[in-house]
Design a protein around this ligand. Structure first.
Ligand SMILES: Nc1ncnc2c1ncn2[C@@H]1O[C@H](COP(=O)(O)OP(=O)(O)OP(=O)(O)O)[C@@H](O)[C@H]1O
Ligand SMILES: [Mg+2]
Length: 361
């Protein structure tokens, strides 16, 4: 059987570079080697592209080396070009890059230009899901409950913002979460307990993005739902709970302190779980997601469900929430990778549209 060659791209310029390496290792270990061969591409923290030569190494050795950013596997610098696709006989790309430059539509745009199928959400869906303001605006129209918010821009910060801060205070109670609209890993996110902290936080958050979102704090539990599927017929796999070891799930609670807990399945009533799963699928469809997404919610002390965000390339390591929920739903790691790759190939063959308007008769 001719194997499908999967170009696995990992690393990237975001704070989640190391997580991406672990996610890629999980993908490689779980690829069905009877169906797929693979070519390994790394994007360095500086944004350079490398292709690995792993000949002579078995999968265990490749994976243990890849985890290490300074590994000694031979790699060659490459340039992003359409020729790459034929040069390495790539059939499909699995971009396992989280955050900026990987999950925000930028890499997806490049892959569209290469005209090759790729795993995960397309350009617009990725960009919109990555932008917390656009996500709010689109999902509000669809009737999905989210925390109340106010938007500021770095342009507005050049002038007196007293009026803007008062306006935010009229609409939101302290503590107020301050976040860059485009970001991840909780970088640049602050929980402001009073006006002084709010103003400082807004200026700090503005170092990461032009748009800053101020959001009411939801007291309650953090729940995450995994969704898989194409543009139609997507299904939710289940709901897990995050129990952060800090006051909120900040960068340290996510990656440094190992005391945060991931509970699968979340210990919540079945009707709450069903409601979250159907809202997750609704949001997945509303944002044109494809392949996979992890959709995060708060279960407020008021009993209401609030959607927090959509991650179109969620943490994908062996111990990440998404694969955990997949396994809990009864699937094997091998089946997960195969289904995601099949979905990517199927999207490319199912959605072909006329490019030449003169031929439409
Ligand atoms: N409105 C809110 N109410 C309560 N807690 C919040 C709120 N917004 C954010 N948090 C806390 O801050 C954490 C990070 O926020 P959020 O998930 O929006 O940011 P992120 O950096 O995009 O995350 P990710 O790395 O998952 O993409 C949440 O997991 C939660 O602990
Ligand atoms: Mg989050």
């Amino acid at each position: 059987m001719v194997k499908t060659n999967v170009g696995v791209i990992f690393g990237g310029v975001s704070t989640e570079h190391e997580v991406s390496r672990s996610s890629a290792v999980h993908v490689l270990k779980s690829l069905d080697k009877n169906r797929f061969s693979f070519t390994l591409f790394e994007i360095s923290k500086a944004g350079e592209l490398y292709v690995y030569d792993y000949s002579g190494h078995d999968i265990e050795s490749i994976c243990s080396k890849l985890q290490d950013i300074n590994n000694d596997l031979p790699k060659k610098k490459e340039v992003f070009s359409t020729e790459l696709v034929s040069k390495y006989s790539l059939d499909v790309i699995f971009p396992v890059i989280h955050g900026t430059g990987g999950e925000d539509g930028v890499l997806q745009g490049l892959l569209e230009l290469f005209d090759i199928p790729y795993v995960g959400t397309g350009v617009a869906g990725s960009a919109v899901a990555f932008d917390k303001v656009f996500t709010k605006e689109i999902l509000t129209v669809r009737g999905i409950r989210q925390a109340a918010y106010v938007v500021l821009t770095s342009d507005e910060l050049r002038y007196d913002i007293t009026e803007k801060i008062r306006n935010a205070e009229n609409r939101l109670e302290y503590p107020i979460f301050v976040k860059p609209a485009n970001g991840g890993s909780s970088v640049g996110i602050f929980k402001a307990k009073n006006r002084d902290e709010l103003i400082k936080s807004v200026f700090k958050a503005a170092k990461y993005d032009r748009k800053i979102i101020l959001e009411e704090s939801i007291k309650g539990r953090e729940l995450e739902c995994a969704v898989i599927g194409g543009y139609t017929g997507a299904r939710a796999l289940g709901v897990g709970e995050i129990i952060p070891c800090n006051e909120f799930y900040d960068y340290a609670a996510k990656y440094i302190d190992e005391k945060s807990k991931v509970v699968v399945p979340a210990q919540i009533p079945p009707e709450t779980s069903s409601k979250i799963m159907s809202e997750a699928v609704l949001a997945f469809e509303a944002l044109d997601s494809h392949g996979l997404a992890r959709i995060d919610f708060f279960l407020g002390e008021d009993g209401e469900i609030y959607l927090n965000e959509i991650n179109t390339m969620p943490g994908f390591t062996q111990i990440s929430m998404y694969p955990k929920l997949w396994r809990h739903a009864g699937g094997s790691d091998i089946d997960l990778m195969s289904e995601l790759i099949d979905l990517a190939i199927e999207r490319k063959s199912s959605y072909k549209f006329l490019k030449d308007y003169t031929k439409n008769d």
